[in-house]
Ligand binder design. Structure first.
Ligand code: ZN
Length: 339
């Protein structure tokens, strides 16, 4: 099969890899219908994380082609969606809704799903089958559910977005934009998106943002205070992962409010005194996407939400390197790779 390999920062290639096979009896093999490039793939691409001949990709949708002897609920021929951690969905942590921390979790990025085929561990727990085979135009939205939608959704839930709430969103990448969508669906009254890019501002408004703030850092916090009677937002989504973004999120939140942080943290160090004096709740980390998948699939299937709009560039799989380049240069928000 063909798969994406990152040789070193800035060097992405599509090459022949061995076809995956069933290793554990709880595994399934899927043939991917589409795959995509994640904002988090840019950290190694830009040299901010070490990388050496790494298989890439952790988002996937596709059709099951083979199952192990101990897979009982997922069947060959099912169209399935999974997330970036395989999980048994039965342990105590999973049952509490924190499948990204399953005691048996497997990091899908280590297996690499920017590929034609993929091995999915713990298939019964990890995969959710759709009601049937989707219309082609639903595939991007289902793929978004695999990570960026599920992550944005968790961020909105962690930030306690809901009716009567003002929600601010730090980060106008795919996760932040879908955090806007989630906050809207959860009933937030006012949604303020931080963005200084016209195309992303337009998408934020399409997904439900009521206000756009172009300033960032302390000036951005001042704008949120202006818009909220000096109090700050009830709920703030942090979808970047830098020190500036995290402090912007904490300072934009009113006392007693909630920060949902899902940007992969890079050298964030929280000053204890500022945290102590802020009086805000912090909750986040790798999103337990599996918790939300059945609901998200249903909303997509019924065409209530269309998160697939976040893909603003689609390329044939063999041109994956161009996709990385486009996202690195911010020429694209999120790139779909067609198979
Ligand atoms: Zn578990």
């Amino acid at each position: 099969m063909r798969g994406v390999v990152m040789y070193k920062p800035g060097d992405v290639r599509v090459e022949e890899r061995d076809d995956p096979r069933i290793i554990e009896p709880t595994d399934a093999i899927i043939r991917l219908s589409a795959t995509c490039i994640c904002g988090s793939d840019l950290w190694p691409y830009r040299g901010a994380e070490p990388v050496d001949h790494q298989v890439m990709g952790h988002e996937y949708v596709g059709v099951v082609t083979e199952v192990g002897s101990r897979v009982h609920t997922i069947k060959v021929g099912d169209f399935v969606v999974g997330s970036f951690f395989a999980s048994d969905n039965t342990c105590e942590i999973c049952r509490a809704g924190y499948q990204a921390y399953c005691v048996h979790r497997v990091l899908m990025g280590a297996l690499g799903t920017q590929s034609e085929l993929a091995r999915i561990p713990l298939a019964d727990g990890t995969l959710v089958a759709t009601p049937g085979h989707p219309a082609p135009d639903l595939i991007p939205s289902l793929l978004a559910a695999s990570d960026v939608l599920g992550t944005g959704w968790f961020a909105a839930v962690a930030a306690e977005a809901g009716p009567g709430k003002t929600v601010a969103v730090v980060g106008d990448g795919a996760v932040g934009l879908l955090g806007v969508l989630a906050a809207r669906h959860l009933g937030a009254e006012r949604i303020i998106a931080f963005s200084r890019h016209a195309d992303r501002q337009a998408l934020a408004r399409y997904f439900g943002a009521t206000d756009i703030v172009e300033e960032r850092g302390p000036a951005g916090v001042d704008r949120i205070k202006d818009l909220t009677g000096g109090l700050g937002a009830h709920s703030v989504i942090e979808a970047v992962g830098t020190q500036e973004a995290m402090m912007q999120a904490i300072h934009a939140t009113r006392p007693g409010g909630h920060v949902g942080y899902v940007g992969v943290s890079h050298d964030v160090a929280l000053p204890g005194n500022e945290l102590f004096m802020s009086g805000v709740h912090l909750h986040g980390g790798p999103a337990p996407v599996r918790r939300f998948l059945p609901e998200l699939i249903n909303l997509i299937w019924n065409r209530t939400i269309d998160p697939g709009k976040v893909f603003d560039l689609a390329l044939p799989f063999d041109r994956a390197a161009e996709g990385y380049d486009a996202m690195d240069k911010r020429a694209a928000t999120k790139v779909l790779l067609t198979l």
